[in-house]
Design a protein around this ligand. Structure first.
Ligand code: NAI
Length: 545
């Protein structure tokens, strides 16, 4: 419960079992006396730093990441401030445990490891009553919802209601990485069934046991959800997460101009890729408008990134149609050219008016891109020949194999550096360790969406923004890129270190918030000092007095 709705008189056993008020062994002697806690705790009194050290030690001694995830998840249910103090003490270590990759396994085993309920489950069988179900959540001022229907969880496919792990983990990062206060955040699953037979056959599966509902019934259900949120929480931003493409693209198109909403898989991904490009241009010393990109893959990731790059090029004065021509797509059937008849509407803006080309290397030779971006889901397609072709036409070729996880990456960092003679400007979707080649030390960057979405959330929260626009993602990308130091760039690192993610996010949030105020999108008056507003809104993991 937030301070506003808190029952101030909470004492004794109930206080110890309220995760927002609980301090565990950090309750002082005076608090123990006045709140009826004497005898309910061992006598020693700890500082929060010692409590963090204890959890850190416990987790460090576990071998299995899912066990670590469960220790953290239990802590979140028991003592929320301590949970965030642990996460924020070492984000680079804890992010992969509360979110990807570990959360993937947690979603797969959701029914088997289920403990405390968290968030709101909206089954399609409750159609007509979604407002009633949503109002069972104890918080009366929800500002941020992350919602999934569980159909495309990471690279793992349809996990049905098990997908709840994703909104829970993602919202933990909004708080841990950008300081969005946790009491304003709500994880939601829209349970429309699952087509995953092994889930349906599993006696411990926790979702509806039916095939997925599609079509108009699905659309009406999503509509009712959005309406209910708007009625109950008019300041709430809805972030769509891990929907299958067939639903993700139309859902975003339907609501983006009606309410405050965004899709991180589409827009956050594009933002982080653009941030990598802005930083890469600091290395090459070139202008964005002079770049030509060739994408391997033409799905939602590719077209989302290509569109945001085109918009950013247009901001530099280029005609938008011409800018899209600087972003060519190559998929399983070859280059996307005007003569192809198998293309979806969202791919058509990027078709090239030239004869078909069937191999990626030929496409590089014909189009002479300055950068290649891999979003194909297929490993090893950035072959030696591909990298050498890029190195032959560029002094500093931009090579971004973004397919996740690591096993799907289009090439490794070592391959990109080695085959380009150490000249590649490299970033990948999944992390790679540092590389030594011919006595030179390279630190590969990871294009992790965490550089963008928590900061976007904080800016929207602090300004009570009415909309989330693509231009806000361009601002976010610039703000991420400008924080990469010259030292980072000299080692090839084109993203800021994840160990300082809170500071980085607050800077990005301030830049986005300024844009929101400048463009009349804010729901609160512009303060004199936007940075001070962001800092004042930032959650810190300290115990309440
Ligand atoms: P998708 O399935 O919609 O698109 C895949 C595309 O690759 C299709 O156009 C397909 O024709 C093409 N493709 C498949 N095999 C190919 C081949 N042999 N040669 C050429 N093209 C081929 O997938 P989506 O959602 O666009 O995601 C793509 C990848 O991007 C995934 O691996 C995902 O993990 C990654 N991604 C990375 C992010 C990040 O690092 N921040 C964020 C979002 C996605």
């Amino acid at each position: 419960m937030s301070d506003r709705t808190e029952r101030k008189g909470l004492t004794g056993y109930a206080l110890l079992h309220n995760p927002r008020r609980n301090k565990g062994t950090a309750f002082t002697e005076a608090e123990r006396r006045s709140h009826g806690l004497e005898g309910l705790l061992p006598p020693a009194i700890m500082t929060i730093d010692l409590q963090v050290a204890r959890r850190h030690d416990e987790i460090a001694h576990l071998d299995d990441d899912l066990q670590k995830y469960l220790v953290l998840s239990d802590l979140q249910a028991r003592n929320e401030n301590l949970y965030y103090a642990v996460l924020m003490s070492d984000p680079a270590t804890y992010m992969p445990l509360v979110y990807t990759p570990t959360v993937g396994e947690a979603c797969q085993k959701f029914g088997h490891i289920f403990r405390e309920a968290r968030g709101v489950y909206l089954p399609i069988t409750a159609r007509g009553r979604l407002k009633e179900l949503l109002s069972n959540w104890p918080e009366k001022d929800v500002r941020f919802i992350v919602v999934t229907d569980g159909e495309r969880i990471l690279g793992l496919g349809d996990l049905g209601a098990g997908g709840m792990g994703i909104p829970i983990g993602k919202l933990a990062l909004y708080t841990a990485c950008a300081g969005v206060p946790p009491q304003f955040c709500l994880p939601v699953v829209l349970d429309v069934g699952t087509n995953n037979q092994s889930r349906l056959d599993d006696p411990l599966y926790l979702g509806l046991r039916q095939q997925r509902v599609r079509g108009t019934e699905y659309g009406a259900f999503v509509d009712e959800f959005v309406d209910a949120v708007q009625q109950l929480h008019p300041k709430c931003c809805i972030q769509w997460e891990d929907f299958a493409n067939i639903n993700a693209v139309p859902i975003l198109a339907r609501y983006r101009d009606r309410t405050c909403t965004f899709n991180d898989d589409i827009q956050g991904t594009a933002g982080v890729a653009l941030a990598g490009i802005f930083a890469a241009l600091r290395i090459t010393g070139q202008k964005l408008a002079d770049q030509r990109f060739l994408f391997l893959g033409a799905g939602s990731a590719a077209t989302g990134i290509a569109e945001l790059i085109s918009l950013a090029m247009a901001q530099e004065g280029m005609d938008i149609a011409a800018a899209r021509q600087h972003n060519a797509l190559f998929d399983i059937s070859g280059l996307l050219v005007t003569s192809r008849t198998d293309l979806a509407e969202f791919q058509k803006p990027f078709v090239q008016d030239r004869p078909p080309i069937s191999t990626f290397v030929e496409a590089i030779k014909a189009l002479r891109p300055t950068g290649i971006i891999g979003v194909s889901t297929v490993p090893k397609l950035f072959t030696r020949e591909v990298i050498e072709a890029m190195a032959a036409i560029n002094e500093r070729p931009i090579i971004f194999p973004y397919s996740n996880p690591t096993s799907r990456s289009e090439c490794t960092a070592e391959e990109a550096y080695r085959w380009s003679g150490g000249r590649a400007v490299f970033a990948s979707g999944s992390p790679f360790p540092p590389v030594e080649i011919a006595g030179r030390h390279f630190v590969p960057g990871q294009g992790n969406n965490v550089y963008i979405f928590p900061a976007m959330g904080m800016a929207v929260f602090a300004t009570e923004a009415k909309r989330v626009t693509d231009e806000m993602f361009i601002v976010a990308a610039q703000a991420v890129a400008e924080q990469v130091t010259d030292d980072d760039l000299s080692m090839g690192l084109i993203y800021p270190p994840q160990s300082h993610i809170l500071d980085a996010s607050i800077h990005v949030a301030e830049r986005i918030a300024s844009y929101i105020f400048d463009h009349g999108l804010a729901g609160v008056p512009r303060p004199d000092d936007v940075g001070a507003l962001i800092r004042a809104c930032t959650y810190r993991p300290v115990y309440p007095e």
